[in-house]
Design a protein around this ligand. Sequence first.
Ligand code: APR
Length: 231
Amino acid sequence: MENLVVLSGAGVSAESGISTFRDSGGLWEQYRIEEVATPEAWEANFELVLDFYNMRRKNVLEVQPNQAHYEIAELEKEYNVHVITQNIDDLHERAGSKNVLHLHGEILLAKSSNPATLHVNEDYYPVDKGLIEKGDTCSNGFQLRPHVVWFGEPVPNLSIAEEIVGKADILLVIGTSLNVYPAANLLYFSKPSCKIYLIDPNQVNVSHDLDVKIIREKATDGMKTFRNLLK
Ligand code: APR
């Protein structure tokens, strides 16, 4: 079976009802990143950060995977599929994808804010009540925080992701503006023979060094076009 790697971003979950970040009306138009998604924001006002992710987690728990998530899961019948996602929702998993690698964390998991274990020896706790509240602590008494990679924090799994992309025969980029590094760099780890496709209803800037087949459609329609191109 050929190796097919999917690199997904917020756009793949847009049709499920989860806001993207940089579209008009996106999250970064409603919130200042510096106030809710950086280590400094946590130091300055951790309760505001907890509220921001509690609101986003509530949204994730209320929505369902869309047809694009299901079509991506279906690809596993014909290809050796790895999904590398920048998304912190669990919609790929709920749609049936088996190999999902989260680059920016998972909103349904919490971790300790203990500086001694952050980014080195992290334990993850399921956020089973849907909320992380002030006073929810790890076994060492440190406040729990969302298992989400904030701007300026190291990206776990990056080297694994680079290795996976390096083995791809087909790379599908879907629903990402490729604005955020190092995730956006992953395309350049593909081998010369890798066939690259990009699904997005809007223009996405990709280097001319790469031969990318653009499918200028939203995720659900684009996945149908993609499947037909593979036949
Ligand atoms: N189908 C497919 N793509 C869509 C759809 C749709 N229905 N709607 C919007 N898009 C596209 C947009 O055109 C845009 O290119 O999805 C992309 C979303 O881009 P961003 O909002 O920048 O999201 P993403 O690329 O995932 O952001 C990367 O930035 O803020 C951080 O950690 C956060 O993981 C996130 C990272």
